[in-house]
Design a protein around this ligand. Sequence first.
Ligand code: NAG
Ligand code: NAG
Ligand code: NAG
Length: 377
Amino acid sequence: MVGGLLRPLLVACGPLLLAAAVAAAARPHTNNGFYYHDDGNGNANGEIYFNGVRLHVESPQASVSATTGGTVTLPCHFHYEPELSAPRRTRVKWSWLPANAAAEPARPGQTAAAYAVETQVMVAMGNRHRSYGGFRGRVRLRRSAPGDMSLVIDELRPNDTGRYRCEVIDGLEDESVTVELELRGVVFPYYSEKGRYRFNFVGAQRACRDQDATLATFEQLFTAWDEGLDWCNAGWLADGTVQYPITAPRAGCGGSDLAPGLRSYGRRHHHLHRFDAFCFSASVKGTVYFLQSPSKLNFTEAVQACAGNSSRVAKVGQLYAAWRLAGLDRCDAGWLADGSVRYPIAKARANCGPPEPGVRSFGFPPRHRKFGVYCYR
Ligand SMILES: *[C@@H]1O[C@H](CO)[C@@H](O)[C@H](O)[C@H]1NC(C)=O
Ligand SMILES: *[C@@H]1O[C@H](CO)[C@@H](O)[C@H](O)[C@H]1NC(C)=O
Ligand SMILES: *[C@@H]1O[C@H](CO)[C@@H](O)[C@H](O)[C@H]1NC(C)=O
């Protein structure tokens, strides 16, 4: 790559390098793909040789999806063409651009890429490696074969999503490839017990967290829309924008002339403006179940009943995840931890709500009313 050839010229000097630079400048196209060999591998004299070997870095998958709490492998391999007769000293750097990176306040005309910053995940050289921040102790290189620099991440967290860059650095040349990490999960709209449009950005973050979820990213909401989510109330997303997904255009939801899609209010003031939230739940640890009880329960009794069965009242995110990821299907309304009453239908049928699968909601009924209960253990 031409950029890779020219960049080192700024930091190094010497007659050999200068000669190479002239060659590179004179033949930019034919030089594409060559690299300079820092023969510091032993004699450390800083001489640069031009040897026509090319470094290739590849990933067979541009994106990988995984489950929270699980382990994921982000593939990345390198090799040389032609093959090398002796091993070379190679460094590998994995860095990460979080899916939520755009959450910083934007200035007009600024794109996400302009202020999003990649953070370091791991640097490895030979058998030594070092991991950083929240990845410390959770990441390693797979090394299943020579050149295998695939990154293995354990105990995946909801906020590990984003774009990962695998960069192989050899002497003065480097090549990189990116792999997108997505989490399997489900997006659900969420509003406050106090009513519609009560959350500022921070409140929306907290509300999702309280339901064992995170604010959905744009990509997650887009996927949910693509899979049929239609919701005519605007909610916060992780990047600080406010949007809502419409599959059946109609008046009052952006108008019937507008094509189906995500309707965006753009970036809103994080403290002053109030909306609902779109949460993303990927939780799969544990089980959600409808508690068999001889009689129906008010909210206080529901809390006690789950505790009496050594569990807790399920959170909304847990119910959605159990419905979507484990196929929980039950045509009985039950209390959830936030005081809402819902039930999950995986196979739509008569007398169990609309003709599509979904989590049905009764909103937040008065707490003395009697229903079943969904527990989580
Ligand atoms: C990511 O989530 C973990 C808990 O799951 C939390 O400790 C950490 O601070 C979060 N990181 C960011 C950047 O939000
Ligand atoms: C309590 O949990 C057990 C499983 O540990 C289950 O067999 C039992 O039916 C539950 N009790 C009630 C009342 O549902
Ligand atoms: C639920 O019923 C119990 C009696 O079984 C009562 O003490 C409690 O106050 C009721 N809770 C609510 C929220 O109505």
